[in-house]
Write a protein of this length. Sequence first.
Length: 164
Amino acid sequence: MAILLSLCLVLFSVSAVFAFYIPKSHVTWTDPTAKAADTTLAFTGKVMDSWQLPGTTQLSSGLFVPAGLPEGQAQFGGKGLAVSGLPDGRFVQVCFNFPVYNNSWHGTIYAWDGMEWVAMPTTITPGDAENTANTYACTPSAGNGVYALIIGFYGTPQPVRPIA
């Protein structure tokens, strides 16, 4: 019994952060959207599953994660969005539902530049205290390209112990 208890203690005290799979049964991610300030502007926004996104790698768990970012620290939050058909120099606002915000998760919208995922200016609009499903991450300057919300789990803050 003591050995089992010791093993459990060791396993629970590991401090490395790993990407966690968020079961769909617990969290509902709505599809990302693109919206132009000029309602006459024609463009296309195509929703993409994470396995369809460029610059991904598949973990042994089956989870698709963004390649080139620190392993175990980043994963896709919901689906991605491909924006196309915008005239040169025109932009749209792209928004991603972020229902796990305030639950030890942080996130930023990234754009695929053909070689790597590049962070975009991102504004988080929190939902109300009882309904974080209304939380959104948005970027106002999305041109033609592929976008994804990339999230990371920062965990429960550890209490600071005074030095004796």
